[in-house]
Design a binder for this molecule. Structure first.
Ligand code: SF4
Length: 209
């Protein structure tokens, strides 16, 4: 299935939701504030949203906290009705599965595993807490493979059948550009790298762990 189809699937789902007499709940995995801007604009009218910030891939912990605090501040100011859930940060345990792929470039197997780990944990939380839907903001990113993200979501929907996966390609129809423009206007913190130590710019990759 191509990326446009994922966008169309999202549109179809929203048109069905529009006819409901209630707003369904959705657990939205979010990696940072800038990536959340457009998905929240797009989904807020249709869903009761809860954010799940499980991003133990982010190194170092100070960076993890900067991104988390920026997201909390953005929610406080613009979406005070949205709760954010923050499970424990544990970079070392998280990275054990990823280290065999240390030499890979970004966007390969290590990253697919990284998407899967975070989406799996969040999807599990969604099922345990009776959410109607689950999705991730990560399809907004031009650096992340949205086909892969949606395939992972589809596979996880079989593992967690009580929660519907919301297919997305948030970057479509100028989603990425709209989110970037608002992030600039709000003078929001925008990180220069994806998250783990392997994605750190070379000049910063000499930090002590
Ligand atoms: S580059 Fe990003 S997606 Fe890939 S493994 Fe590192 S943190 Fe995860």
């Amino acid at each position: 299935m191509n990326k446009l189809h994922y966008y169309l699937l999202a549109q179809e789902e929203l048109s069905k939701i529009k006819d409901l007499l209630y707003k369904p709940t959705i657990l939205l995995h979010a990696c940072c504030a800038p990536c959340s801007i457009f998905p929240l604009l797009y989904l807020h009218e249709y869903f009761n949203i809860t954010i799940y910030y499980n991003n133990s891939n982010i190194y170092p912990e100070t960076e993890y906290n900067i991104r988390l605090n920026e997201l909390k501040q953005f929610l406080n100011e613009h979406y005070p009705d949205i709760n954010i859930i923050v499970p424990k940060y544990d970079y070392e345990t998280y990275m054990q599965d990823l280290r065999p792929f240390a030499d890979q470039k970004e966007g390969q197997q290590r990253c697919f595993l990284c998407y899967t780990k975070r989406m799996d944990e969040a999807y599990n939380y969604a099922q345990e807490h009776n959410f109607d839907y689950f999705t991730t903001v990560m399809t907004i990113s031009r650096q992340k493979n949205s086909l892969k993200l949606n395939e992972i979501g589809q596979a996880l929907s079989k593992k967690y059948p009580k929660v519907k996966y919301f297919y997305s390609d948030f970057k479509k129809k100028d989603g990425f550009l709209i989110g970037s423009k608002i992030a600039k206007e709000l003078n929001m913190y925008r990180q220069k790298y994806c998250g783990c130590e392997y994605s750190l710019p070379k000049e910063e990759n000499n930090l002590e762990r």
